[in-house]
Design a protein. Sequence first.
Length: 317
Amino acid sequence: MRLDQAHGTEYDGHERQEEMMLNITASSAADAMIQMCDALTMGDVPVVSPRRLATRELTDVTIMLDNAFDVLMYDIGREGYHPVIGIIEALLLIGGVSDPDLLKTACPGFVRYQDGGALHGAYGPRVRPQIPGVIELLSRDPDTRQAVISIWDPLHDLQYPAPYDVPCTISLTFRIRDGRLILKTHMRSNDVWRGWPYDVIQFTTLQNTMANTLGLPSGSYVHHVDSLHMYETDVPLAAMGACNDTATTQLIRLFGLSSVNGASYHDDDNDDDDDDPVITWSDMRDNAMSLLYGDRWHRSGTEKFFFEKLSAVRNTP
């Protein structure tokens, strides 16, 4: 693991302000979370109070994961960790839909973010019309720097009074370098304790699924946050738990979705030697919807894991 700190200096009249910028490189999402919790629970960390909630905050933090597969985290002191929340968010993102009721089934707290029963900031409907164009652009020009998906919409998100659910993510930037698909997520706001464990599942699943569609391996995952924070009420839990430097060895790696017919670049648990057919993004959307609302998984170990977690939620009274 590596945590680097760089000081940026700004001048406002005669007053000098120093801002700490954090760069974290990690081998897994759990490793990154340990480093982020350490940074927010140890030492003199600035405290702000948006919506009158005392919050520890670090600004302009960049996390880079060496790979996009080791994103589950168990036994790092994060009580109440349910990866199915991130799985549902990932499948809704890929499927291009919103389903507040399904999210509430997995986590009743989502009801607090509804406006008239809907989630204003749901990512699925926002990215759905953009993904096919990004895939086409990457296919046509693998060196492009224009493969950007915008999530933040100022015409709808800068309202007063604000909706209960305002997108925390600004954009997703994809690029192919050294033959691998890299994703950079830009978030305006990210809660280490309550958000990161699920955001990283959601976005790396999208990255890996798009890589499968393009017939490429995934590269690193980069996560930039304008405001990386932790509520003061969560600090004691994080200090006792996630800061113990004992991340569990990754037992399950998540490789994204294959198509309904089983085609996948990573092919994590597939022993079928038949040639895989061409995959389309429509196939991937169909697979996501089948996993969310169907009664079967297809053939990969990742999809089996997703299906088992979803089945447990659907079968809960």
